[in-house]
Design a protein around this ligand. Structure first.
Ligand code: RP5
Length: 163
């Protein structure tokens, strides 16, 4: 299946966070491509990857990075595709550095910033699926089913003392 989402991250150390994006895309049956692309350690690769992204058939790019997290912003500078940025939780500053690096984009170059850490990665994967679902009725149905299941799980077990 042609991968419509590029799931990239600054380091292999980001995978333990970013695999949450892969988890929900697996659940919803969306094909994705995974690769380490670093803004600082492989800047030429980042530019080449981003500039080729449209031609490769990607529709959305998810970029996760921690610390001085320039990856999503620099990718967005090189492509018109929507870029979803995931701030990876850093050890030194708990991800506040990552969050602010990703969120504070200058006017005219957009990055959609998600929450710090695993929840942000999961939601980036979910949001990518929701974007693709605008053009894919079957995917839209699977997303509705996922949401209904989530709601039913909460409604059917409202006592916080129960497992
Ligand atoms: C960033 O630096 C990466 O996104 C990662 O979150 C952080 C630390 O990278 P490693 O030193 O673990 O490779 O570029």
């Amino acid at each position: 299946m042609q991968a419509k989402v590029a799931l990239i991250m600054g380091s292999k150390s980001d995978w333990s966070t970013m695999e949450a994006a892969a988890e929900i895309m697996d659940k919803l049956g969306v094909a994705y491509h995974v690769e380490v692309v670093s803004a600082h350690r492989t800047p030429v690769k980042l530019a080449e990857f981003s500039e080729a992204a449209v031609e490769r058939g990607f529709k959305v790019i998810i970029g996760g990075a921690g610390g001085a997290a320039h990856l999503p912003g620099m990718v967005a500078a090189h492509t018109r595709l929507p870029v979803l940025g995931v701030p990876v939780q850093s050890k030194a500053l708990n991800g506040m550095d990552s969050l602010l690096s990703i969120a504070q984009m200058p006017k005219g170059v957009a990055v959609g910033t998600l929450a710090i850490g695993t929840a942000g990665a999961f939601n980036a994967g979910l949001l990518a699926c929701q974007i693709l679902a605008n053009e894919d009725a079957q995917l839209a149905e699977r997303i509705e089913a996922f949401r209904n299941e989530q709601t039913d799980t909460v409604l059917s077990n409202p006592d916080p003392r129960d497992e």
